[in-house]
Design a protein around this ligand. Structure first.
Ligand SMILES: O=C(O)CCC(=O)C(=O)O
Length: 217
């Protein structure tokens, strides 16, 4: 896994950054982002959504997902009747906006300064939204980890092994937490069982935003 070994390269006060907890190979950095950094990220997401509006993805089987999505970067992740895939354009035809600088800074701090992610998927969970257990496997090179940032309401995250139907464990992801799925956990099944409304005041109308950064090709 390409995690920087020198935490001194963090942007702000490296000593203030929490250590990671191990979740069966995944690394959870609880409280990695300060409230001010979280507010900055929400502003950045707002600008992304103005350029590339949230849409309701539909599974290849025709079922609308409960999560709304948009993306930033060279690619966005989309799904519709044609299948799950990365696309260079939004379903409405426009290019995706660039990945905001403060989002890239998290990747540089925790993954690598040598290569930027190609895609920042933005998931928006209203109350009642969830994401079923799945693997992230539409990318070409699994040696790059998936980095996931939680903003807003708490979410019950479930993670298992690399085969469907195996043992899973659950942990609450809170606003400002950063999770890395790399190494043995890169292809772990994972999902969000539910969010807990009212646990954060970060988003004025409530809900949860998840940013997922991936190297695609
Ligand atoms: O919302 C989350 O924390 C997980 C998102 C996720 O699993 C995905 O986008 O593949």
């Amino acid at each position: 896994m390409k995690i920087l070994e020198n935490p001194q390269q963090s942007r702000i006060e490296p000593t203030a950054r929490p250590a990671a907890a191990d979740l069966g190979g995944a690394k959870l950095f609880s409280g990695w982002l300060s409230p001010e950094e979280q507010r900055g990220l929400v502003e950045a997401v707002r600008a992304v959504a103005e350029a590339a509006p949230f849409f309701t993805p539909v599974t290849p089987w025709g079922k609308p997902m409960s999560v709304r999505m948009t993306s930033a970067g060279r690619y966005g992740w989309v799904t519709d009747r044609k299948g799950y895939r990365y696309s260079a354009t939004h379903p409405d035809g426009m290019d995706w906006p660039a990945i905001p600088a403060p989002v890239l800074a998290i990747w540089r701090d925790l993954v690598s300064a040598d290569r930027e992610p190609d895609c920042c998927l933005v998931n928006f969970y209203r109350e009642g939204a969830r994401m079923g257990l799945h693997q992230d496997r539409d990318e070409a090179d699994f040696s790059w980890p998936v980095l996931s940032v939680s903003l807003g309401d708490d979410a019950l995250f479930r993670i298992g092994g690399t085969t469907r139907g195996g043992k899973t464990r659950s942990v609450w992801l809170r606003s400002g937490d950063v999770l890395l799925l790399g190494g043995e956990a890169r292809l772990a099944y994972h999902g969000i069982d539910r969010t807990e409304a009212g646990t954060s005041t970060l988003l004025p109308k409530g809900g949860r935003i998840n940013l997922t950064l991936r190297v695609v090709d």
